[in-house]
Design a binder for this molecule. Structure first.
Ligand code: ARG
Ligand code: ZN
Length: 854
């Protein structure tokens, strides 16, 4: 069934108080709930009480202490006739967490019990109005065997605990903050904590714990630091303090997503908690910092102010991603962070926006809400908030968010509420800006610069075009803020950055004081999430790639230069290569560039990105041309690369910026050395592997080796397996690196890895490590045999039976079939048809497959 945004109705019943009692065990858990139900004043007097349920049935129902049997189950939901305005409803349910393979609701991971409720998992634990606009105060009693489950955690504050009979013990929890059911959580297990504390700026002490399995404790330091940094940052940047005396984080191995912001009890995929240099790459460290911050920031943007309904998901996710991006930018290099964020946006969100699953950041309809935890809701949502900041300026933006938090504290709000608060608090008119909330597709902006030497005026001609994909946009004119500078054609200097607001289909801006024809630098810092179609020549791009003072714009110029060259080559259009080589020479010769930025500039646009620029994608042709250019650059600058490689030999391991930059540049140059057809590539990579004292260097070496036909490859991969086979997160890397190999036998290798004793469909990280990495391997996934597509289809069919949410995540890769050349396109479509033909598809997979084929 399709749920529509316009059909929103306020709840008929409110539940101000919830009492839960859990008798916990892996195979049998008994849940008793006591709901204080109050009829809404706007509801009809005979409106029955409808409590959502999924895969559960009540063993007992009581109203005001009296047993009732006049309830019915309607599509899983409990329907109970009720008169009067308020009652106490008690329900008992029995669960078997050990068989819950969906990882939604209450489930077992290793020997621990944990929950995931967002978006609609609470209804798999007990019957409730499982919608975010019903907020309740929770009191929870947990009881379990003390030896098996010595630690019992829930939201809020621990108020009492004690021992029971037969080796059991119990804990009583009270969460003073009213919350929707999706923020409920509990954990029971044999865990140890990294215990620390934080004092809020108003002087309140907060106990912090990161709970992990015995043996993982010394890998929690980075996450703890990230947590404390986040707490301080949110006080300083948004004026938001933490509001309980206790903040718990738990790491679990089996988790569908990254992490979850449950009130006072964040639950994390262990990959976003556990790290030390030996097992985690620099990128892993960054991921931990970002996700810990993200979940912490939700305490205000999500928990204190929550969402009215799931169409408003971007209200909390877009805003919170923007907050975590800003935090990471402040903790490290803002320029590098911006480049990375745009890379992610382009890799994940632009393709989504250009395909059959395109949707606005506030969707109009859905079948399964789990399918809408997308790059559009999250990352494009963050871009929309960022644009507000750009339009308003930091001070006015802060006034807006202050008003938003004040005005809606304790409420379930809408995106509209957010924009209105920004208008009122920040004193700005965002009427037309709202169009971003309902417009799917990436806008295309053309920018041309003309110059009149007589008058010394430069005119920037802009126009916008909204894509016509997916749901039809209602409006056509967006407010697009474009940071712009006009650079002196000799020196690259400019008179300051201007913010050009493109708010009509076409608009021109006349700028005075340019004797010579300047060079246009536009969408600096990627101020708007658009596709730029400027008529810049390769010479102008080369100029910008050497001179632009905005690091993002400079990076972008290099990317555009390379992209223009490579797409022309793929199409067989004549194009000049020397200009690229000159640009690279300039970059390599620039003494001012720091190593991290240099590494960034040297990375060629990805094969996937190149494909996105073409009308019809031929992955093999793209791969071949890209490899040729890489090879050419590698040969031409081999000496420099060798020198660079040696110069960034790392000293003592450290996480500081300089050491990290060296590791990054070292891996990039190793990649070029391997591409330069020198015979010592395998040797070099193997040496780096052997001498590495950190995972970044190891992974970099293995990535190079993985493509080679050399015995060093086998030795290194075997050695890596032997060393790390007991660490699941590192073993994931072992699977991924092989899945990303360019070797022709990769499909076969993946097939055999899927039968490896360490492979299992039950662990989402492992599934993503093998198959997720494989679908990103353009040239091998899109092998003309079609075997890659079939393999993914078969895996989706098998996985759908146990974990629909994770299975559905693989459909978009096949769903892009219309973009590929004829033969591949047909094979991809057939793979989708095969999935569609399965008798019992989940709602998750069914929605994605049918939308992709439509
Ligand atoms: N709110 C979580 C986060 O972004 C994500 C939870 C997603 N859960 C799901 N079942 N789709 O931090
Ligand atoms: Zn989130």
């Amino acid at each position: 069934a399709t749920i529509r945004r316009e059909d929103y109705r306020p709840p008929a019943w409110f539940i101000p108080e919830v009492e839960l009692d859990f008798q916990l065990d892996l195979e049998r858990t008994v849940v008793r709930s006591k709901l204080d139900v109050r009829r809404s004043k706007s509801a009809k007097a005979d409106e029955p009480l409808v409590l959502q349920g999924d895969d559960i049935s009540p063993t007992s129902v009581k109203v005001d202490g009296e047993a009732r049997t006049d309830w019915t189950l309607v599509e899983g939901d409990l329907v109970l006739p009720l008169n009067g305005a308020s009652h106490s409803v008690e329900i008992e349910v029995e669960l078997d967490p050990s068989t819950n393979t969906q990882l939604m609701g209450l489930y077992a991971s290793n020997d621990m019990l944990c929950t995931q409720c967002e978006a609609e998992g609470f209804r798999r634990i007990t019957f409730a109005p499982d919608r975010p606009d019903v907020l309740s105060r929770y009191q929870v009693r947990m009881e379990a065997d003390k030896a098996k489950f010595p630690v019992l955690l829930c939201n809020g504050d621990k108020v009492a605990e004690g021992d029971g009979e037969n080796g059991r013990h119990w804990v009583q929890w009270n969460d003073p903050w009213p919350k929707p059911s999706y923020l409920f959580a509990l954990v029971a297990g044999d865990l140890v904590a990294n215990n620390d504390s934080f004092t809020t700026r108003s002087g309140k002490p907060v106990e912090l714990n990161i709970w992990v399995r015995d043996g993982d404790l010394d890998r929690t330091g980075h996450a703890m630091k990230a947590l404390k940094d986040s707490m301080r940052w949110d006080e300083e940047t948004y004026g938001r303090e933490y509001d309980l005396g206790l903040f718990n984080i738990v790491a679990v191995s089996d988790f569908n997503m990254g992490a979850m912001e449950n009130k006072g009890l964040n639950i994390f995929n262990s990959r976003y908690i556990l790290a030390d240099p030996e097992v985690a790459t620099d990128a892993d460290f960054d991921g931990i910092e970002g996700v810990v911050a993200h979940e912490y920031f939700h305490n205000w943007s999500g928990n204190r102010v929550t969402c009215r309904d799931w169409f408003q998901l971007s209200l909390k996710e877009g805003f919170t991603v923007y907050r975590d991006q800003s935090f990471s930018a402040d903790m490290g290099s803002a320029a590098l962070k911006r480049i990375e964020d745009v890379r992610i946006l382009r890799a994940a969100q632009f393709p989504e926006d250009a395909g059959p699953l395109a949707h606005p950041i506030r969707p109009e309809s859905y079948q399964e809400i789990s399918n809408f935890y997308t790059a559009t809701i999250y990352n494009k949502g963050a871009e929309v908030i960022r644009m507000m900041n750009t339009l308003m300026g930091a001070e006015s933006f802060r006034k807006g968010t202050d008003l938003y938090f004040d005005r809606h504290d304790g409420e379930a709000a809408t995106c509209e509420d957010f924009v209105t608060a920004m208008e009122d608090g920040g004193e700005i008119d965002l009427k037309q800006f709202r169009n971003w909330y309902e417009t799917p597709g990436t806008p295309r902006v053309t920018a041309n610069l003309s110059h009149d030497p007589q008058t010394g005026t430069a005119t920037v001609h802009l126009s916008q075009k909204i894509a016509q994909n997916g749901e039809k946009p209602k409006s056509s004119e967006l407010v697009i803020p474009l940071k712009t500078a006009l650079l002196d054609p000799e020196t690259g200097a400019h008179q300051g950055e201007q913010l050009l607001l493109l708010d009509q289909t076409e608009k021109s801006f006349v700028l005075e004081g340019y004797r010579d024809h300047p060079v246009l630098s536009i969408n600096r810092g990627f101020s708007a999430p658009i596709i730029l179609e400027s008529s810049q020549t390769a010479e102008q791009l080369a100029f910008l790639s050497a001179h632009d003072d905005d690091p993002f714009a400079r990076f972008e110029a290099v990317q555009r230069l390379m992209t223009g060259y490579l797409t022309a080559k793929v199409l067989g259009t004549p194009v000049d290569r020397d200009i690229i080589l000159h640009a690279v020479a300039k970059i390599l010769g620039d003494k001012e560039i720091d190593p991290a930025f240099l590494a960034e500039l040297l990375v060629l646009p990805s094969e996937a990105f190149l494909g996105d620029q073409m009308v019809e994608v031929d992955p093999q042709a793209i791969h071949d041309e890209r490899e040729k250019l890489r090879g050419k650059i590698a040969v031409q600058f081999e000496k420099q690369f060798r020198k660079l490689y040696k110069s960034c030999w790392p000293g003592e391991f450290s996480l500081d910026a300089e050491a990290r930059a060296n590791r990054k540049l070292r891996n990039v140059t190793l990649g070029y050395l391997a591409a330069s057809y020198t015979d010592d590539a395998a040797e070099l990579a193997f040496e780096q592997y052997r001498e590495a004292d950190n995972m970044t260097a190891m992974q970099g070496a293995l990535a190079v080796l993985s493509h080679l036909e050399a015995e060093e490859r086998t030795i290194a991969f075997d050695d890596f397996y032997a060393k790390f086979k007991s660490n699941p997160l590192v073993l994931d890397k072992w699977f991924s690196l092989q899945a990303m190999s360019l070797r022709p036998d990769t499909v076969k290798r993946i097939d055999s890895l899927s039968r490896h004793p360490d492979f299992t469909l039950s662990n989402p990280n492992r599934v993503r490590a093998l198959y997720g990495a494989f679908t990103g391997n353009q040239v091998r996934f899109h092998d003309l045999s079609g075997k890659g597509y079939q393999m993914i289809a078969d895996m989706v069919i098998a996985l759908d039976k146990q974990n629909p949410q994770t299975a559905a995540r693989f459909i978009p890769q096949l769903g892009r079939w219309r973009r590929y050349e004829r033969e591949r396109s047909e094979l991809m479509r057939l793979a989708l048809e095969k999935i569609a033909a399965q008798p019992e598809l989940s709602k998750d997979v069914s929605e994605q497959v049918h939308k992709s084929l439509a």
